[in-house]
Design a protein. Structure first.
Length: 158
């Protein structure tokens, strides 16, 4: 069975008791840009990656919101592999699942997100044919991050 390549960590979601307190805490330690806020969450921009601070809503429930976002070469192949292994996909708008130890993994397709590997790294991983969707390219360009097309092959003389 063909499998997707794990490309990198797109984001990490941390559970906090209070969003404003968490932003103040991390603001004492680091300079950062706030990517955005929503009800019960704040997103600290790390260039093309981010940390999500998520308010834990119920102190008695397990913190299943805590997760990391794994960028992959082909999300559909991961969905097929999860199905073939009888691993339940969690009921939400993402492709989330729990590993056997209860860790939550959110699978995101490399082509659809702001996360960007350097062309040399993609070449090293034999993934230099991966490209970005027009929407992801636009999001990156709005941040001032130019995205090379796959036709622009990296220098492999390293």
């Amino acid at each position: 069975m063909k499998k997707a390549h794990a490309v990198g960590i797109n984001h990490v979601a941390l559970i906090v008791g209070d969003i404003d307190e968490a932003l103040a805490f991390y603001g004492k330690l680091f300079e950062f840009k706030l990517r955005g806020r929503s009800d019960g969450a704040a997103f600290i921009d790390l260039g093309d990656q981010f940390v999500a601070l998520m308010k834990h809503r119920d102190a008695t429930a397990p913190p299943r919101q805590q997760h990391f976002g794994l960028a992959v070469s082909d999300k559909a192949l991961v969905r097929q592999a999860l199905s073939a292994c009888d691993i339940e996909v969690l009921d939400n708008r993402f492709l989330d699942f729990l590993d056997p130890w209860g860790n939550r993994i959110q699978v995101v397709d490399y082509s659809e997100i702001q996360f960007l590997k350097a062309p040399q790294v993609l070449a090293y991983m034999d993934l230099d044919d991966l490209d970005k969707s027009p929407e992801a390219r636009q999001e990156l360009l709005e941040k001032g991050i130019a995205v090379p097309h796959t036709e622009e092959k990296p220098d492999r003389s390293y």
